[in-house]
Design a protein around this ligand. Sequence first.
Ligand code: HDD
Length: 723
Amino acid sequence: MAKNSNGNGQNKDQDLARATSESANYLTDNQGHPVGDDQNSLRAGPRGPTLLEDYILREKIQHFDHERIPERVVHARGAAAHGYFQVYESLAEYTSAKVLQDPSKKTPVFVRFSTVAGSRGSADTARDVRGFAVKMYTEDGNWDIVGNNIPVFFIQDAIKFPDLIHAVKPEPHNEIPQAASAHDTFYDFISLTPESMHMLMWVMSDRAIPRSFATMEGFGVHTFRLINAQGTSHFVKFHWKPVLGAHSLVWDEAVKIAGQDADFHRRAMWESIEQGTPFEWEMGIQLIPEGEESKYDFDVLDATKLWPEDLIPVRIVGKMTLDRNPDNYFAETEQVAFMTTNIVPGIDFSNDPLLQGRNFSYLDTQLSRLGSPNFSELPINRPLAQVSNNQRDAHMRYTINKGRVSYAPATLDGHSPDETTSARGFHSYPQDVSGQKVRVRSESFGDHYGQARLFWNSMAPVEKEHIVKALQFELSKVETRDIRVRMLGQLAQINEVLAAQVGLALGEKVQTGAKTAKPNGTADSADEIAALANASSPTSASGGLERTSGLSLEEGQPQTAKGRKVAILAAPGVAAAQVQAVQDALAAEGAMAEVVGPYLGALGDSGVEATKTFANSGSVLFDAVYVPGGAASVAMLQKQGDARKFIDEAYKHGKAIAASAEGADLVMATELGRFAQGNGGAGALAEQGVLLSKDGAALARQFVAAIAQHRFRNRAYAEMVAA
Ligand code: HDD
């Protein structure tokens, strides 16, 4: 077959190297002219006016003036990394997609994580959905799974997307609030949109404040199809399960981190990859054979519904590893263009109306953001597969096509590329389609509360408490009472205990039904309501399940200290051997440690160096705290409010705390220590993940095990400690 090759099959690294201008070892302008002076503009005499002739000045300033491209209208803030995907065993039974067939093949990937509502400069830890966009450079062209860290969406039809986004974005008259859904326009829209209730439950849950990109699940959200070589179709949902388990921040941490380190998530990914610890996920699929979808009481085309894992298990089929940071944020992370239409032969769309609308939106948005249909030629977007067609020209054309044929059919020069009619070519699944042209929502999309209840029922008590607190926070920021009341009405449809608890913080009494009935028909104390909170609500659109696994973050997570970050609190006189011992124990488990001291650098002649200080970091940036012995070090830290607060705050947030030898004195000097005295002291603290011991080696082991538990929810004094 003749080809109009544009060289796209070249090695990607070579292409990238060609695209950089760093090869000259002297300064040039953009035309390659050597520059003799980059410090002074050309002027008429040392004190005279600048000359128009100064092409070097003009080119440099003009390029600068045009440095920004429009930020993404949603998902503006993001960070990305390179890596690869490998399937565990051939899925040829289900799909002819080559990327899912050969376990020996490593398919390069580029993955961008993002928040949705905030602009490019907003904080990483805002309460929000996270984008989880995967681009696989497969041999049959690029495959993008443009997903989120939540498996469902706010709306069922793409025509509502601009409304949803206008409602959640900062309000148009004063551009407040940034990166936050806690405001009137969002809840005005949501309270009038019952189909959003399931997604709202997810966004108010701990899922919306992930601990790290590495501890986030990813979901393709929509139902797609897998098609095998015989043309058999299965409906499929794609999942990414984090190898480290799914973990979240607590709200107080998320708020404080936004101030202490707005780049918390992107920094953690960058540093981990630089240190040689990749981020890893396993790919999972849920399958429903074509024709069997109607046996469920939810519609597989409805993006506000998930497929309960207890009904349709997730089969783990491969692994994705992110192990290389981008070289240049703009060229790669900012210019990467994801599109739901990037699928490969063996995978196909479903009729999900949200997906169908997205299939228009992404190409359109890339034309607007990147300014030319040639965005697909940018190094980060260019497929590794050959590109060969008769499309030509347009702004910023990179390819130099040869020959005179740019049309088909053609005989001249033998140059027109042939279609691939064989199995290799992309062929849409030949689904029967007929019907009237209508603008209607299918009745099968009509249940808006059943799966919201399934989610609520599936939460652990502490997760329910977090959802209630999140809604109390969000709705108390809504200034219009009518909207608040309307939201309580919606919440009552999901679970009246939930609505009543949220209502307490809003000064509203929520009528509760039979289950919570009081003589006056209301529930009016937090304790009374909490006692009822764990009763399950009846569900629908859930395949008959009242609850399902796969939704709670408190269940079934792998226990590992890998990737965790530990603060070692130290001052001059610290026992260096104890610091070393815990550092070794942590490193052996793949956890990281930093010494936090009163100042940077060598701590007296202890041989220990502080890499962080109480001025530039706080406990919220770490997963656990260790206090080594050394009488002088501990005596100094005991006098520092910041050091004591560090421990109290870590305690409040449920993090593992350990202290060896004299280090225990610092723990006992905190507010938590004072509560513990007289209440069982060190023994009672140990059960709560606060480990005080003289035996350094045993302590290090227990500490690592405690970190692996992620959080201790049984902290007796958590509410009392003020930090
Ligand atoms: Fe979208 C970006 C995910 C619905 C229109 N979307 C964008 C990104 C992700 C998602 C991860 C960022 C990609 C990147 O990192 O560059 N979007 C979703 C998911 C949805 C969804 C999981 C529902 C299941 N999106 C959705 C709809 C529309 C869009 C219904 C429009 C009809 N999304 C866009 C967009 C963006 C975008 C405006 C902004 C920048 C971009 O595409 O490249 O076209």
